[in-house]
Design a protein around this ligand. Structure first.
Ligand code: ATR
Length: 268
């Protein structure tokens, strides 16, 4: 009996998740099928219930449904509760369990793939929306030394910092001080080909600049970082690693993400 999984989004046609999970399944010998599912903007809950009734075992959730998935789940993992969003659903015994693997995926990409140790690192996180909220907990769990949170709207950043016990230091883009081991862009600015107006002194030789977005060309943020001596990394590694973590949640088997990421990079 093949187990069925889906990625639910709107739009979803661009999603690389089916290819990633098919590669993981082939690699680990797991008998599963993984397909895209386009949910109507006003029909996420009904879509989940239908897939569940049809016998699906789980689903990934992408834009714009991660908060709705959080509200829909009967139970939540601690990391999903902290993130306020769910990207991985597990269907079992008629119930829906919600998890969030985005932060774990980012941490693993930074540490295992990019080779940067987070323990004690000085980190600048740009953005205070869902993408930033989703990764703060796992970044703190990984032991970051100092975390500066910068956002266009300061009040949003302050509210997010308060939800994390005031641990992130909140700052306006232009007022960010000093250089960092790691600068993560979790804003949506790259979608508009914009760069958050941070001082170029945040980068020094050896700084890792990571944009959660990915595309054929480096984002303008990554181009700016590279011009100032940073090594750059797009969001493709995080995408593959969050998928590997979801695969582990569902199947109890950890796939080898390296060859899958390399194959995707070859296609980009
Ligand atoms: P997501 O779930 O992807 O994080 P979001 O909740 O809409 O999406 O948050 C988008 C983030 O990108 C926010 O931090 C937003 O800043 P504001 O809080 O000031 O809105 C940021 N953002 C969007 N466009 C931006 C731009 N052109 N320059 C800088 N920051 C931008």
């Amino acid at each position: 009996m093949t187990d069925h999984y889906y990625v639910i989004g709107n739009p979803v046609a661009h999603s690389k998740s089916p290819a990633i999970h098919a590669a993981f399944a082939a690699q680990t010998g797991q008998d599963l099928a993984y397909a895209r599912c386009l949910a109507p903007l006003d029909g996420f809950g009904a879509t989940v219930r239908r897939l569940q009734a049809e016998g699906a075992r789980g689903a990934n959730v992408t834009v714009p449904f991660k908060q709705e998935a959080f509200a829909l789940a009967d139970s939540l993992s601690a990391r999903a509760r902290l993130a306020g969003a769910v990207n991985t659903l597990v269907f079992a015994d008629g119930r829906i369990h919600g998890d969030n693997t985005d932060g774990a995926g980012l941490v693993r990409d930074i540490e295992a793939n990019a080779g940067l140790r987070l323990a004690g690192a000085r980190l600048l996180l740009l953005g205070a929306g869902g993408a930033a909220r989703g990764v703060l907990g796992p970044l703190f769990d990984a032991g970051v030394g100092e975390l500066v949170l910068a956002n266009r709207t300061l009040a949003t950043a302050a509210a997010l910092a308060a939800d994390f016990g005031g641990r992130p230091r909140v700052c306006a883009f232009a007022e960010v001080d000093g250089s960092f081991d790691l600068v993560v862009n979790a804003t949506a600015a790259s979608l508009q080909a914009a760069v958050p107006p941070i001082p170029d002194t945040v980068f020094r030789s050896g700084t890792l600049a990571l944009d959660m977005m990915y595309g054929k060309e480096p984002t303008v943020f990554l181009q700016f970082a590279a011009q100032h001596g940073a090594r750059i990394r797009d969001g493709l590694g995080m995408l593959v690693e969050q998928a590997a973590e979801a695969f582990y949640v569902w199947r109890g088997v950890r796939p080898d993400s390296g060859p899958v990421l390399a194959a995707l990079r070859g296609e980009c």
